[in-house]
Design a protein around this ligand. Structure first.
Ligand SMILES: C[S@@+](CC[C@H](N)C(=O)[O-])C[C@H]1O[C@@H](n2cnc3c(N)ncnc32)[C@H](O)[C@@H]1O
Length: 276
């Protein structure tokens, strides 16, 4: 009997055999996107709508070639909203929400904030939507990424000013808070990233030299000049980078350096404070 449930289950099986980690969740998202409903649960003899069948089948084939689900459906959920994504930007990751959480918890409701390497704009836009009285700026070296971020800000009604800049090069102001999820993957780890990431996410958003610290070195060396007195820097870091990141910020004169861990217990975020 040819119904949606059979089609769905056959597709889940294909992904499972190909070694995908979340075949059911992937197929659910793809089906919802293609059919505009969760009719994959239907067990009755509903005949398949040919159009839905064709586009769902095509979506599953794209997934089988390792394309991320987010690129096929065109968005990724992050914090409280949905962000348009494409091949020019890194997919927002759930662990990055920790940066937004840290900023939201700061007592002041009116802050000047800079997000360096904004990608989709997920951090800057989420902060702007949460802290409506704040002044939020976001930069990236990639013009394509800035195009995506500007589109997302407009769609979501967030007030963010975008700047094309190589880290601090074109930044004129100073800020209460500077955040970033910079590239931090070291050369050795690049080749062991999942194929989905290697083939479809921009290298510019991932690679950070031999030790994965190249971008942090540039950011840490200038951070003090761009923070207001008592200002805070909040950055995502990679697994096993805690010690080198601590040394780096200490070298540049920061005394208050705190690390925070994600739900898996891995060091994930560093907060540094400039003396008041
Ligand atoms: C890991 S992605 C983070 C994207 C987004 N903030 C997020 O958390 O999903 C790093 C971002 O830094 C940007 N980037 C890389 N080198 C840069 C540079 N020299 N100056 C500014 N941005 C840079 C990349 O284009 C990319 O968008």
């Amino acid at each position: 009997m040819n119904n949606y449930k059979n089609l769905f289950e056959t597709s889940v099986k294909k992904l499972k055999i190909a070694g995908f980690r979340n075949p059911i969740s992937d197929c659910r998202k793809l089906f919802n996107h293609c059919a505009g409903s969760d009719a994959y649960k239907d067990t009755d003899s509903t005949l398949l709508d040919k159009h839905t069948n064709r586009i769902f089948d095509f979506a599953v084939r794209r997934r089988l070639s390792q394309e991320p689900v987010s690129h096929i459906i065109g968005y990724k959920d992050f914090w409280k909203t949905r962000f348009y994504v494409n091949q020019s930007v890194l997919d927002p990751r759930p662990e990055t929400e920790l940066i937004v959480e840290k900023v939201v918890r700061l007592s002041s409701s009116k802050l000047s904030v800079l997000d360096l390497g904004t990608g989709t704009g997920c951090i800057a836009i989420s902060i702007a939507l949460e802290k409506a009285y704040s002044e939020v700026f976001a930069s990236d070296i990639s013009l394509e990424a800035l195009r995506v971020a500007k589109f997302n800000a407009k769609e979501l009604g967030a007030r963010v000013s975008f700047i094309h800049s190589d880290w601090f090069t074109n930044i004129k102001n100073t800020f209460d808070v500077i955040v970033s999820n910079p590239p931090y993957v070291c050369a050795n780890d690049l080749i062991s990233l999942p194929l989905t990431v290697q083939r479809f996410e921009p290298r510019l958003a991932l690679a950070a030299g031999e030790l994965g610290l190249d971008c942090f070195r540039k950011i840490a060396s200038k951070l003090n000049d761009y923070l207001n007195p008592g200002g805070i820097g909040i950055f995502e870091i990679g697994f096993n980078q805690m010690r080198s990141i601590k040394n780096l910020f200490e070298t540049h004169g920061f005394k208050q350096i705190d690390f925070f861990f994600d739900l898996e217990g891995k060091e994930r975020v560093v907060c540094v404070k400039k003396d008041a």
